[in-house]
Design a protein around this ligand. Structure first.
Ligand code: ZLS
Ligand code: CA
Ligand code: ZN
Length: 390
């Protein structure tokens, strides 16, 4: 595969540390950091690494993590060991900090957390220093982590840390989240400020789908004098949303949000569990549609922090994030949809060996989102935006 030419107009930076990849949540756990290895192999097989500035992410320091997280939580995260789960004297803290099946304690947990957080911090700093226009950290995007507890496979919130960095240089930052789950940790962190507008698209079912928050009428603090009022925007969806409706909805909502709020920078969480055939997800998107959302955000030409997130069918996560890397490089047209013969672990991409397998046809799923429901969402978002100024 020929190398992708380097774009002349703007710089794209890639922030990663290969030491994230071998961490293991446990064999039955859906989160597989190994999907990052597969993503990198695809990106390299296409020659995309020649078109970006590549940075080895450093570990976030304790002090950097403490910009958002409570130090008692960080101390625990730093000291806890795999065997502690069974120790009675540790059980109080384990419950308090929400460790367990979703957030297991594994070897190298603190290293894993500080490396993926370091990637997002480095990426945000490159944007602030004008050394990059688009900065990518596929190992980040862990949107559920709270100040003082782990949640939903997330231990430290690299997105919050990245946005805090962007806020040093930009009066307003917009956050967009296309993971199938609600971006509750990021929403909560910026709940009381008008300097961050959070926008999450997600499956919403209060009782049966994690984390159970993110209803349409959950828009920020209810007191009108609280500056954060109206600055959380939620797009709750039902099962099976398809390419056409999702792309239309995304543009109808994200476009007016950017035009109204006029952010100085955007953080985009690209959770790939919104794809069809995801092990945990229930949407029906193809790789092309997921990428179309990324492409749309890029058209606004704002400094862009791009992070990963969920995604539990590794072969499709890596397809999506490789395709999205090519979009961010303006090189999607130069990429062969047939996965190169030379890619390492090519067997994972069979039998089709395509970057765009027909995911939406592989699992029969009705779209439970009626046209009327989606139109109602767009209407209600328009009404919310009347309270927002840039
Ligand atoms: O957004 O639904 C839940 C919570 C439970 C059900 C599962 N049990 C284990 C705990 C209690 C109510 N948790 C979700 C979390 C989803 C996090 C998404 C993260 C992100 O994509 C960003 C990275 C959940 N869904 C599925 C599982 N947990 C889950 C499935 C299978 C297993 C294996 C390992 C562990 C226990 C058996 C597990 C969790
Ligand atoms: Ca989401
Ligand atoms: Zn998710």
């Amino acid at each position: 595969q020929n190398a992708i030419p380097r774009p002349s107009g703007y710089r794209v930076s890639w922030h990663a540390n290969p030491d994230v990849e071998p961490h293991h949540f446990g064999s039955s756990h859906p989160m597989k950091p190994w999907r990052l290895t597969l993503t990198k192999q695809l990106v390299m097989a296409y020659g995309m690494h020649h078109a970006m500035d590549l940075y080895l992410a450093r570990a976030a320091t304790y002090e950097e993590l403490a910009e958002f997280h409570h130090t008692d939580y960080l101390d625990f995260l730093q000291q806890v060991m795999p065997g502690d789960m069974e120790k009675p004297e540790k059980s109080e803290s384990i419950v308090k900090y929400n460790f367990g099946d979703d957030c297991p304690i594994f070897n190298g947990l603190y290293e894993y957390c500080s490396l993926y957080a370091g990637g997002s911090l480095d990426a945000a700093r490159k944007l602030c220093n004008n050394q990059s226009e688009i900065a990518i950290n596929w190992s980040g995007g862990l949107h559920h982590a709270k100040k003082g507890e782990a949640s939903g496979f997330c231990y430290v919130n690299d997105i919050v840390l990245g946005i805090l960095q962007l806020l040093r240089h930009h009066p307003r930052v917009m956050y967009v989240d296309i993971d199938v789950h609600h971006g509750d940790g990021v929403e909560q962190a910026f709940w009381s400020t008008d300097r961050v507008l959070t926008v999450s698209f997600h499956k919403y079912d209060k009782d049966n789908f994690f984390p159970g928050t993110g209803a349409r009428d959950s828009t920020g603090p209810s007191h009108p004098l609280n500056p954060g009022a109206h600055h959380a925007l939620n797009v709750p969806l039902h099962d099976g949303i398809d390419d056409k409706s999702y792309i239309q909805l995304f543009k109808d909502i994200v476009g007016p949000c950017i035009e109204t709020y006029k952010p100085g920078a955007i953080a985009l969480q690209c959770g790939a569990d919104s794809l069809g055939c995801d092990r945990l997800g229930c949407f029906n998107l193809n790789v092309g549609a997921h990428g179309a959302c990324v492409a749309y955000v890029k058209t606004f030409n704002l400094p862009l922090l791009v992070v990963g997130g969920g995604g539990y069918t590794p072969r499709n996560v890596s397809r999506a994030w490789a395709h999205e890397t090519s979009i961010l490089l303006d090189a999607a047209d130069l990429i062969d949809p047939n996965i190169p013969e030379t890619v390492t672990f090519r067997n994972h991409f069979g039998p089709d060996y395509s970057l765009f397998p027909p995911l939406s046809e592989m699992r029969k799923l009705d779209n439970k989102n009626s046209r009327a429901y989606l139109n109602g969402l767009v209407q209600s978002v328009r009404e919310q935006l009347r309270y927002i100024r840039g």
